[in-house]
Design a protein around this ligand. Sequence first.
Ligand SMILES: *[C@@H]1O[C@H](CO)[C@@H](O)[C@H](O)[C@H]1NC(C)=O
Length: 406
Amino acid sequence: MYLVTRRRQLIPLIELLLAAITISTLLYLIYRHSCERFITANSQYDVYDEELSHAELLVDNIVVLGTADSAYLGSDAATLHREYQIPQTKVNYLSEFRNLDKCPVSSEDVAAIGEAAPCYNKNALLESLSSGGRIGLDSPYHSKSCGMWWYGTQQLCNVLAKYSKVMFVGDDVLENIFGGMMLLIREDAMYGAVRQWHYNSIEDMKCSCETAFKNHDLCQSTRVRSLKDLADYDATLLKCPRAGVQMQMNYLPRYPLDPVEVNRFVMAATKDSDFDRRPIAVIYGHGHGSLFDLGAAARWISSLRDMIHNAIPYDVPIYELFVTPGATGPQVSGLNTLSLGLKASQVFESAMRDWGRDVKMDVLGTWNATVQTSFSADGLHGGLHANLLKAMMVSNWLDLVNNGSG
Ligand SMILES: *[C@@H]1O[C@H](CO)[C@@H](O)[C@H](O)[C@H]1NC(C)=O
């Protein structure tokens, strides 16, 4: 008797549950429908991705088939993407990332996306990004005129797939931007920038989340330095296994250049270039390593630039960008104030932008984007948010410089 009553009570309960499930499914469908424009735009990418897989592209491998086509597809996809996918405001593009509970970060905190009409050419992009800024410490960054894109991981992979190599070469500040890139590609807020499987002390274990960026010296030895690092350890860490791009950070902070390090860099940049005719991108970053000495920085870049241009086969396009180190924090004090302080960083940036115009080198200024952010204890290194922003800025440049309209 008792059981029967229990059952009778249960049946309406189950009905109620079923009704709730139906209603939430309906709500979800309505929600999906309202996002349809977004989804349709993404399917452009699925097509592109399939084409790429036909070309049998593998991580850090030589591309054997269809390289010319894939380069062409790259530009095509970029154009389509620029035309059809309007970035959305109020979307957290990082919501699917791993370890957000331990290392909370949202793209909305990084930058205001989708508020202005997107930049359609590279020069307008660089101008707008270099002169954007923030209202309040660590509040989201706003570009000044045209808007930047926030690339979802798959889109970022497609941007990268337009290149055979994306070489980062420079000092600690650039290395942090590379870390931001890796975090985006791995979709891991906590360990994105580091090889956590390489930790060999309690100290190393601090190298995650913010600390991976802010404590540069401590985390130097555990940083991810290439996509190959990831693929060698565990290919599933890569969200774009088929992009077929070699991506590498070459830590070359000092001037005069160390010939051995330079050699390693040039070898890496030229490796397989005879087979893979997609363009090469070189991102330079320098400043702290030469105490903001304009002449040293300019010679540092020029030497590397000459070497790259001499070593890469003539018909492989090379796109180059210099990223300024940005602002330094109020923590820079004492003897360092004059050489590395806020004013020095600003003068350096403005001089490097003039230099870039003279020698026809694209320059991305990050001073205004970083001046109102928090810094490491030494005042030289920005944290996770600032570096995700810079990585996204570089991605925007990579997309626009190589789509035929730059
Ligand atoms: C950045 O802001 C400063 C003033 O705070 C301004 O003088 C400078 O021109 C800005 N930089 C760019 C690239 O617009």
